[in-house]
Write a protein that binds this ligand. Structure first.
Ligand code: ARG
Length: 575
């Protein structure tokens, strides 16, 4: 709601000075210090634009603002116009709005009619689910929810790495060494062992690599037996991935991997890649490299290394499939944006592919974004080179259970402790990932992120349960009327300002593809809540005051719950 006010104020400035409201709007900021006011307008650039002295300019606006609704005072300090909001009327209006709109408060229609594809998680069938895939999953799912909340139609695609040389290697290993006796048991471990064993034996036994080449060829030639084995192998790996997604609470609209298989499970990537190669050749974008390989060369000035589209032995690559899949997605969805949520190490790959899209004149060339993220530190080394994620998750859940049982033994009577433990563990993991800008590395440190204090998931979940606890104790439906004048303290005002900033925060998170904006916003709300509890009681002797404060509490609960949900963290009633 603060944004709406700012828009009105920007129009006031436009009327007074002729500078477009949109531009003025972008200048409003939060004053450096709370005592200075609620909103500040730096006047330097604006005054310069109309060649007026800053002081005059600011003073002129000050006079105008003294009669504008919702403003209690305007002051000029060193080139800034500091505005103070009329607390009671603003609070009254805002709380009413939040309580009325409930779950939808903060949502918008900006994305109506627009489709965003999000390519995320996308593990490789031939390898264990890595920590990079974990980050992609958490980040991609959060971005999807955020964009959906803003009205976009979001299509989440899991682009499984289910084709190519690595898959062929695993199939050789699977055929040779997989123990099918006890199908259900420890599949993920068994697959992991295959992976390790193949790569070890491959060094001593060059035959293995040759066998894998043969398998790949037979796959690319759609040989029936090979395809059957391939499907079986994919099913087994997928079942493992699905369990992880279930724990994390993540869904996809499509599992559409590199093989581009159709409903019957027949891969179409070969034929599609052939036509890509043909098309690129017709557009004269391919050059013949060593031994007949086909490559795309970029303009010298761009300093982008060449991109191989076909190897000399005729087999295709990750990049070839990337192009074929993008074309297919465009045919199917005519998307407005396509986000690839993939780690920083693939930066060059996307740079090359996106540039190729441009060179080929594809209509979606300007609509693609690589949503890069940093590394995960401290987890991948725990068990050899790759983690068995499910094991880590289960350990985490166990730890969370112990922490909760210690803190709140009463809980066992009203909630299923396993479920709560799972929600806390997963929330902790997700928050630890999303609290920093995505490009930064994440450090896996259970002790820290499972703690109830500090900037953690459990801290936020706890803040939410505390609000729920107050509302339970109140036990009635919310008062229809309340007097916002009674919420006059600085602690209450800070919370009101937080509430008013929610929509802007969600928008920012979407625009910058940065769920961390919401994560940090929630931390601020939670710490302002703590300051509030230190000074004030919600349920007190005075009825009118209680009515006003319980309304504030209910509004904060709505926003906290929604913020957590957008990140993928369960807002718990109790913990
Ligand atoms: N499977 C790939 C990997 O693990 C990630 C795929 C990302 N998506 C894409 N369209 N390239 O490295």
């Amino acid at each position: 709601m603060l944004d709406e006010l700012k828009k009105e104020w920007a129009e006031v400035v436009e009327k007074e000075t002729g500078i477009p409201a949109e531009e003025v709007f972008s200048y409003f900021e939060k004053p450096k210090k709370e005592e200075m006011g609620d909103v500040a307008l730096p006047c330097f650039k604006l005054a310069k634009q109309i060649k007026e002295d800053v002081k005059n300019f600011a003073e002129r606006l000050k006079n105008t603002f003294s009669t504008v609704p919702f403003i209690s005072s305007a002051e000029v300090v060193g080139g800034y116009l500091n505005l103070r909001i009329e607390r009671a009327s603003f609070t009254q209006k805002l709380l009413k709005k939040v309580l009325e709109e409930g779950e939808n408060y903060g949502s918008s229609k900006e994305g109506d009619g627009k489709t965003v594809l999000i390519d995320f998680s996308s593990p490789n069938i031939a390898k264990p689910f890595g920590v990079g895939h974990l980050r992609s999953t958490v980040l991609g799912a959060a971005l999807g929810r955020i964009l959906q909340f803003l009205g976009y139609k979001v299509i989440g695609i899991n682009y499984l790495g289910d084709w190519g040389a690595q898959v062929a290697k695993m199939m050789v290993a699977y055929q040779k060494w997989f123990d099918k006796s006890d199908k259900e048991k420890d599949t993920i471990k068994k697959l992991y062992e295959l992976y390790v064993r193949f790569h070890k034996e491959e060094e001593e036994n060059p035959h293995l690599a040759q066998e894998a080449d043969k398998v790949l060829k037979s796959l690319e030639e759609c040989e029936k037996k090979s395809l059957e084995l391939w499907r079986e192998f994919i099913e087994i790996s997928m079942a493992e991935f699905r369990r992880i997604y279930e724990i994390l609470g993540v869904d996809f609209d499509e599992f559409a991997g590199e093989s581009m298989c159709d409903e019957k499970g027949a891969p179409r990537c070969i034929e599609r890649m052939d036509s890509v190669i043909k098309e690129l050749a017709e557009k004269r974008l391919l050059t013949e490299g060593e031994g007949g390989a086909l490559i795309v060369e970029f303009d010298q000035k761009e300093k982008i290394p060449p991109l191989m589209m076909r190897k000399s032995d005729g087999t295709t690559l990750y990049a070839t499939r990337e192009v074929a899949v993008a074309l297919e997605r465009w045919r199917k969805y005519k998307f407005d944006r396509m986000l690839y949520v993939v780690g920083v190490p693939q930066k060059l790959h996307f740079q090359q592919v996106f540039r190729l899209f441009e060179m080929a004149g594809y209509p979606f060339a300007g609509r693609c974004e690589h949503i890069a993220f940093g590394h995960y530190l401290g987890m991948s080394t725990r068990r050899g080179t790759m983690v068995l994620l499910e094991e880590v998750l289960n350990e985490l859940i166990e730890k969370a259970r112990k922490v909760i049982e210690e803190k709140n033994p009463e809980l066992l009577k009203v909630e299923d402790p396993n479920k709560v433990a799972k929600d806390v563990a997963v929330g902790a993991l997700i928050f630890n990932d999303l609290k920093n800008e995505r490009i930064k590395d994440v450090v896996y440190d259970e002790e820290r992120f499972l703690s109830f204090d500090g900037e953690t998931g459990p801290y936020l979940q706890y803040a939410h349960t505390r609000l729920c606890g107050i509302l339970r104790k109140w036990g009635k439906s919310l008062p229809r009327e309340f007097d916002a004048k009674l919420l006059s303290s600085d602690e209450e005002w800070r919370l009101v300002m937080n509430l008013s900033e929610f929509s802007r925060t969600v928008k920012n998170a979407a625009e910058h593809r940065e769920p961390s904006r919401i994560a940090n916003y929630l931390i601020e709300c939670a710490s302002n809540l703590n300051l509030f509890y230190q000074r004030h009681r919600v349920l007190c002797e005075e009825n009118n005051l209680t009515n006003a404060r319980i309304s504030l509490v209910a509004a904060l609960r709505i926003v906290l719950a929604k913020g957590l949900e957008l990140l993928g963290i369960k807002p718990l009633e109790r913990m």
